[in-house]
Design a protein around this ligand. Structure first.
Ligand code: NAD
Length: 547
């Protein structure tokens, strides 16, 4: 593994820094090679289910382009073995009281906060994001661990329900674990979208076979080690690595339930495979999220919020904002503030706090971002700031970019860029803004800025997105882990967080016990008399306001 410091990257990628470009953040001196040594990679890779003589796949650190890890790849036969091991471990785990399982989550919470620096290094090394954005993952996972650690008993407890006949029928709704969950996760939030989503699955009594994206597998493997340290039986969480189109379908093929986060295109495929097997699936997919700046918004706060909304994790965030809808009366002032803040963002890849934005993850993301911007500019859009790659900082850096004059025929207008690019549109009426926000097939997240909170919530009710943030970018809704989060339309099916986020990993089972008399002719009544008695009974139940 070579030993490139972030400061040394400039020599490695010698494009000259543009005079008017975003400033570079200080490097911090630590290197990917020392933060993620070979010994750590080998130890974590031992957690992958890959038997026989596995082929090896190499990953690269996006910050510098240096080789990061060589990981064994699983085969479809390994996936089958992983399911067998997980299934065996699941029965004993499900037999434990919920309180014991919840205790593992609460211990994990404390360990994660204590050892966060280890995983911040890994997330940065694998994704190239700024440390502050990596920390958001720690925050989200800790919040989920605390919530499900404390609330699982309430979510999972047996619930008495009204029986068929009062007094005579006793009915209870119970929650049983699905069994083994197939969990397929992407590279952009490798801690949160891996372990964060699995915590409710585990506490509900399931085992998991997880296929993370190969590029970011080390982060999930680290979380697995930590969860085992907190008390999770080792076989309960199996990790398989490999090509998505090969290993992904094998996971879906054996799962009792599928939890998928990734692109809408792959999500459709996963849904079709799950449907053919009649197993359920939750799908957390893409978005083309809008932020609405109303005429009475606090423009300073909105400009600062827009920077977080558009450029966190270099825009590689499913809930990030790619469309800024601004009331015409405040557009000039808002853009002045927003563009100035965007231009001042410090870009860098040091393994330390200090950079405001890091790198894109791969050449694929850089290519899409570059194509969306270049095509738009060619077709008449204006770059207010950014609009170019920064090879002087690292191979996949791209400046935070604000586009004006974007029209519907440009790809950047309707397609998800998943990069640090936002387009600005002006509106005259609230009606127009809501219609524009709702004009894509997606429906993941949105953001509304106004000084009138009641007005903000009224606009929120008209937006077709699974989450809406009033006077915040995305963190208010995402961080509210007791409330559901997910997408409408092409942005997905099902929800993470809250009751839905845990109950999706369970089967509802109704256990009804009949006493004294059956729900059938008895006590000498013939069929006609039984029907008459029941008809009278039904009328009475309604009159007595039984539900
Ligand atoms: P992707 O769909 O290419 O890959 C996601 C995962 O699916 C990876 O692990 C991949 O290996 C696997 N995969 C690929 N082909 C598969 C197949 N045929 N069957 C089963 N699995 C397969 O997505 P990506 O590019 O890695 O992630 C970015 C996308 O994810 C963006 O569209 C983003 O908006 C979305 N996303 C959504 C959320 C959310 O919560 N809604 C969160 C993060 C990312």
């Amino acid at each position: 593994m070579s030993d490139l410091s972030a400061d040394a990257v400039a020599t490695e990628h010698p494009g000259a820094a543009p005079a008017d470009g975003n400033p570079a953040a200080p490097g911090g001196g630590r290197t990917v090679g020392t933060a993620v040594p070979r010994s750590l990679v080998d130890r974590l890779a031992a957690g992958i289910t890959a038997t026989g003589v596995p082929s090896v796949v190499e990953t690269v650190a996006p910050l510098t382009g240096e080789r990061l890890a060589a990981l064994p790849q699983s085969t479809p036969a390994d996936v089958e073995v992983a399911f067998q091991l997980a299934r065996r471990a699941q029965a004993a785990w499900a037999a434990l009281p919920v309180r014991r399982r919840a205790g593992v989550l609460l211990r994990f919470h404390d360990l994660l906060l204590k050892r966060q620096d280890e995983v911040l290094d890994l997330v940065q090394a694998e994704t190239g994001k700024a440390r502050l954005h990596a920390f958001e993952e720690v925050l989200a996972v800790a919040m989920a661990a605390r919530h499900y650690g404390r609330a699982a008993q309430g979510y999972l407890k047996d619930r008495r329900r009204g029986g068929a006949l009062p007094v005579l029928t006793h009915a209870v709704e119970a929650r049983r674990p699905k069994g083994v969950i197939g969990h397929i996760s992407p590279w952009n939030y490798p801690l949160e979208l891996c372990v964060g989503d699995l915590l409710p699955a585990f506490v509900a009594g399931n085992a998991v076979v997880n296929k993370p994206d190969t590029q970011t597998a080390l982060t999930g493997l680290w979380a697995r080690e930590l969860l085992i340290e907190a008390g999770l039986p080792a076989d309960l969480w199996q990790v398989v690595i490999g090509d998505g189109p090969v290993i992904g379908p094998a996971v879906v093929e054996h799962a009792d339930y599928v939890s998928f986060t990734g692109s809408t295109r792959t999500g459709r495929e996963v849904a079709q495979r799950a449907a053919a097997r009649l197993v359920g699936a939750s799908l957390e997919l893409g978005g083309k999220n809008a932020m609405l700046v109303l005429s009475d918004a606090d423009l300073e706060a909105a400009a600062a919020g827009a920077v977080r909304a558009c450029f966190s994790s270099a825009g590689q965030l499913c809930i990030s904002i790619e469309r800024l809808l601004v009331h015409r009366s405040v557009a000039d002032r808002f853009l002045e503030l927003f563009v100035a803040r965007t231009r001042a963002l410090r870009l860098g890849g040091g393994l330390a706090y200090g950079a405001d934005m890091g790198s894109l993850v791969s050449v694929r993301q850089l290519d899409t971002t570059t194509r969306h911007v270049d095509e738009a500019v060619k077709a008449g859009a204006t770059v207010l700031t950014g609009g170019r790659a920064r090879p002087d900082l690292g191979p996949y850096f791209y400046e935070p970019t604000v586009l004006d004059g974007v029209t519907p025929e440009m790809a950047v207008c309707g397609e998800e860029t998943f990069g640090p690019v936002v387009s600005v549109y002006r509106f005259d009426t609230e009606e127009e803004a809501v219609a524009a926000a709702n004009s894509t097939p997606y429906g993941l997240n949105s953001s509304v800025w106004t000084r009138d909170l009641r007005r903000g919530r009224a606009v929120a009710a008209r937006l077709r997105t699974g989450t809406v943030n009033v006077n915040e970018a995305y963190a208010a809704a995402y961080g509210s882990v007791a409330a559901p989060m997910g997408g409408m339309g092409d942005s997905g099916l099902g929800r993470r967080h809250g009751a839905e986020g845990i109950l999706r990993f369970t089967e509802a089972q109704t256990v009804a016990t009949q006493r004294m008399m059956p729900i059938a002719p008895s006590f000498g009544l013939d069929d006609k008399q039984f029907a008459a008695v029941m008809t009278g009974g039904l009328r009475m139940l309604k009159a007595l306001r039984f539900k």
